[in-house]
Write a protein that binds this ligand. Structure first.
Ligand code: OOG
Ligand code: MG
Length: 247
């Protein structure tokens, strides 16, 4: 029997100690269902420390990300109110952070069934996600990254816009004024709305509702890039404005 609580505690300590650990599957065979149980146990540790769930993140919804990480299945994780980046990210609290451009949805009313989730959307924005795999070398198998809450670490978003078609938003990510990634939101499952629907389906399937005020990150449209110290990052979405963060 796999001790999901012990594995969750190992990952939680790695994050808090800012110390990479060998991937769990090096010692413990994990299937996807057990990996999600470890993820959930890790979230429960955060909730016990007073954090609250703030939304859902989708992962590997673009080819660029699947190819970068060598993983070929869509995954999900949970965001908490301990993760927002505000205006800056203290990278000294992170192991080997990376940043990627995202499309963010704001949930306006409770979603208890995946059908019609789009009508519950109160806003769309350009966003970013700071990833920080708790594994050595940022290397993992699918169950490892699921157990590690899909590498979630920090996230942020720009001004909310009224719900609109975001199926082909040009995205630009700059670090210190230099373009480091460009892409289109169309890279996210052909339309980030598909990722939104998947998020609702997965959350409802796990016995949760999407709550008003929650954020859904649809997944990065491009590969992630290392997030250095003393950096200024700007992510711009055509027609959605931009969001900036410093380290
Ligand atoms: C896993 C998280 C993937 C995305 O947007 O595709 C993700 C990772 O790449 O470490 O957040
Ligand atoms: Mg992401």
């Amino acid at each position: 029997m796999v001790d999901v609580h012990a594995l969750a505690a190992t990952l939680d300590e790695a994050a808090r100690d800012v110390r990479a650990i060998p991937k769990l599957t090096a010692r413990t065979p994990l299937d996807v269902a057990t990996a999600y149980a470890v993820q959930r146990a890790g979230i429960d540790l955060r909730l016990r420390r007073g954090e609250r769930v703030a939304g859902v993140k989708m992962g590997f919804t673009s080819r660029a990300k699947m190819v970068q990480m060598g993983v070929d299945d869509v995954i999900w994780g949970l965001l908490t109110d301990g993760m927002p980046a505000e205006a800056s990210v203290d990278v000294s609290r992170l192991i080997h952070p990376r940043i990627e451009p995202e499309i963010a949805y704001l949930i306006g009313r409770e979603v208890r069934s995946a059908a019609g989730v789009e009508s519950a959307v109160a806003g769309v924005a350009v966003g970013f996600e700071v990833l920080d795999s708790r594994y050595t070398g940022f290397e993992f198998t699918l169950p490892d990254v699921i157990a590690d809450n899909a590498s979630a670490a920090r996230f942020g978003f720009g001004t909310w816009h009224p719900p609109r078609d975001v199926s082909n938003v040009g995205l630009l990510m700059e670090i210190d004024g230099r373009p480091v990634q460009t892409g289109s939101s169309a890279a996210i499952l052909g339309d980030p709305a598909r990722a939104l629907r998947a998020a609702a389906r997965l959350a409802v399937g796990a016995g949760m509702a999407l709550e008003p005020g929650w954020i859904v990150l649809a997944g990065a449209a491009t590969a992630a890039v290392p997030l250095p110290k003393d950096a200024h990052v700007r992510v711009t979405g055509a027609g959605l404005g931009s969001v900036e963060v410093t380290t």
